[in-house]
Design a binder for this molecule. Sequence first.
Ligand SMILES: [Zn+2]
Length: 831
Amino acid sequence: MRKIFFAILLLQVCIAHAQTLQSPDQFLGYKVGTEFTKHFKIVDYFKAVAAAKPDMVKVEKYGETYEGRDLMLAYIALPENLQKLDAIRLNNLRMAGVNKDKMAPVTDGAPAIVWLSYNVHGNEPASSEAAMKVLYALVDPNNKETKEWLKNVVVIIDPCINPDGRDRYVNWYNNAAGATYNPNPSAREHQEPWPQGRTNHYNFDLNRDWAWQTQIETQQRLKKYNEWLPEVHVDYHEQGYNAPYYFAPAAEPYHEVITKWQRDFQTQIGKNNAKYFDTNGWLYFTKEVFDLLYPSYGDTYPTYNGSIGMTYEQGGIGAGLGVRTNDGDTLTLVDRATHHYTTSMSTIEISAKNAARLVTEFKKYFDDNRNAIGSDYKTYVLTAKDPNKIQAVAKLLDANGIEYGNVSNTAFRGYNYFTGKEEAYSEEGYQLAISAYQPKSRMVKVLFEPKSFISDSATYDITAWAVPYSYGIKAYALKEKLDVGPFKTAAAITNVAADYGLLIPYTSMNAVKLLSNLLQQGVKVRYSEKPFTYNGKNYAQGTLIVLKGNNIQNWEQLTNDACKQFNVQADEVESGFVDKGADFGSSYIHFITAPKVALLTGRDVYSDAAGEVWSFFDNTLNYPVTQLNAENIGNTLSDFDILIMPNGSYNSLNNKEAQDKIKAFIKNGGKVIALEKGAAFIAGMDLGFKLKSNDDDSARNKDEYADLKKYADRERDVLPQSISGAIYKVELDNTHPLAFGYPDFYYTLKQDDRLFEFLKDGWNVGVLKKAGYTSGFAGSKIKPQIQDGLLFGAVESGKGSVVIITDDVLFRLFWENGKMLFSNAVFLVGQ
Ligand SMILES: [Zn+2]
C-alpha cells in the first residue's frame, strides 16, 4: 500500500515537472487577439505557467465574483525573490509603517512592487489578452531582458478585475459575430445591448468603487492590495475606438496631496512608453481628460496610498475583433492587445531601472504621512447618538487600513461640518477619532477634508464626498493634535423579555435592515407617526413597535434575534398606555405591510442606476425585488405594491397607453418611487409635480455680446454651467415618514440643476432654500439656479401615492446617508 502511494506521488511530481512552459499562442491554440479568450481559459493559462515555472510564478485565488468566477493574482519574481515573497511584502509594509512588528525596514536592495490590474471594465477586454503575453515575457527563458528587470522588481498581475463583465461581453460578442469579423461600425457586433459588459453583476462600475468597496470584487481585491501597497500601479482600460492610446502623465486637476515625485515619475513612465510608440509610429496622447481627484479610481486610490497610480487607455470599446476607424484603418484586437502589452513591458522596465528611487520615495511618502505633513487638520472627531452610525464609518476606515480610536479629552474646539463654524465639541453619546499622524494620513485628508480641493479646470467625476456629509454624521476637524487612544466599542445587545411588546429605535440603517428581516418572517411591526414618552424615556417619530397582540407565535424570539443580528437595542413594553403622546392602539400608530416591489430596468433605464437599487435590495436590505423591463411593463403591475423608476430616459413610456397603466396602478393603491430623471418623467404625467424651469435669459440680457465666444475657449466656456457633483444642505420636514430617522437636514449630492416647484397639494419633505451650497465645484452660472426648489416630495393620489427623489440618494451605494431616505419611501410612506 505504502509503495503504491509513493509511486503515485512520484508520478504526480514527474507530471508536474514535465509540464513545459507554453506561450499563450501555444496554450490557446490561436494567436492572442484573433479570438476573445474566455475568462476561465485565462485563469487556466496563468495556472499552467505557474505549474511550469513554479520557481518564478505563484498564483493565488483571492476570491470569487457574484457569479462565482475566480479572482486571481499572479506574483512573478526571480527564484531568490519568490522564495522570500512574504518577507519582501512585510518589508514593504514596514517601509509604509503599517506593519506593527516594530522591525526596521530595509530599503537597500528592496525590490519595487509593480502591480498591473487588467480589464476592470468588462467590455474593455484587450488588456486581459495582453496580460497573458506579459506573464509569458517575464518568465520566458529566452527573454534575458526581463530577467534583468526582475532583479529589481516583483510584478503582481491581476489578469481580470471584472470576470463577470468580461464574460458577459465576450459571450455576447461571440454570439453576435459571424465566421469572420465585420469591420463595418454599424454591424450588430459593434452595438452592445443593455446593460453592457462594462460593469459587474450588479451593474456597478468597479473603477468607481476602490475606496468605498461596496462590491465583493473590490472588497476582496482591496484586502490584498492593502497587504502589499505597491510602488507602481497601472489600471488598464479602453476608450472609444477612434481615440489613440492614452498614458501618463495624467490631466489636471491633481489633488494637492500628490507629491512632486509622484508627478515627476508619471512623466518619466510616460516618456518611456512614448519611446516605444514613437518607434512603431503609433498615436497617443497624455495630460488630457483623465484627472486625479475623485479617490475611488484605479489611479487615484493607489496614488493616495503611496503609489505611482496610473490609467492607461487603448481605443477599442465596441471594436470587437476588428473595426474600421475614422481614418479608414482597421483596428484589431491584436493591435489593441499589442499596445497594452507594450506599455506593460515599458512600465516594468522603467520601474526596474528606478527601483531604488521608487523604494526610497515610497518610504518618504509614508514617513511624511506619519508626521502629518501637508495636513491642516490634525485630528477629526465624529460623534453620534446611534453607535451603528459610528460603526458604518469604522467599517469604511478598516477597509482602507486607516487607524482610529477615541479621544478622552473632549474639551476642544473644531470646525463643525454641519454648521460650518469653529465650535466647542459636544458629544452625542458615541465617538470616533482619527489622527492625521498615521501611515494613511493623505487618504484621511482626501476622505475627510470639509472643502475638497478644487482647481477651476474640468474634472471627470464628482468633486465632493467628505465622509461626515456622505455618512450624515456630526464631525469636527481640529487644527490641534489630540491623543487618540483605543477605540471603545458599544455595549452588546441584550435580550428583552416583553410582556406586551418591544420598542425599536429607528435611527440608522441597522433598524431598516431589522425591519426588512421582521417583515419577511411575518412578524407584525408598526411605527409611530409622532414622538412619545414611555416609561420616562422619549422616543422619536418612526420608532418601530412590535406588539404581542395578534402577532405570530414566536414574535418575541424572532424580534430579539433580529435585534441581536442587526445590533439594535430594543426596550420592553409592559402596557399600551404611554406617558405622553399616542397610545399604541392610536391611529397615529401605523401598521407596516410588507410591500411587493417592482423595479424598472432595461434600455429605458440607466444601468448603473438600476444596479444601485437592485444591489441595495439584494445585498443591503436582503429584501425581494422583481425586475421588470420598462419597455414592456405589460399588465402585471397589479402584482405589486411599489413601482420604482430609477434614473432613465423612459422613452418607451412616453405614450398615453403606458402612462395610463401607471396612473391606474397609483389610483388602485400602488406607490411609485421615482428617482432623478424618473422623477422628471413623472412630472410630465400631471400628478402634481412640476419641474422648475431655469431661465438664464436675465443674465444674458445684461451683456449683449455674451454670445460672442472664442472657439479656443469652448471647453472652459461650459464650466460656469457645469456641476459634476457638489454637496448641498437640504432642509427636511422630518415629521413626514420619508424623513424619519433624520435630523431636520440632509446633505445631498447635486449632479445637475434639476429642482421641482414647491408642491401645493403634497408634502415638501426636502427643499433647498437659498444657502444650501456646502462643498465641491458648482459653476458660477449654475450655482444661483440651485436654490428655492423641491428635491424630495410626496403626493397622495387616489388610493396610492407618488414619491419623488430628485437626487441619487443611493449614489454608488457609498452615499450612506441617503439609504434611509430611500428605505423610508419603500417601507413607511403611504402606510
Ligand atoms: Zn475603462
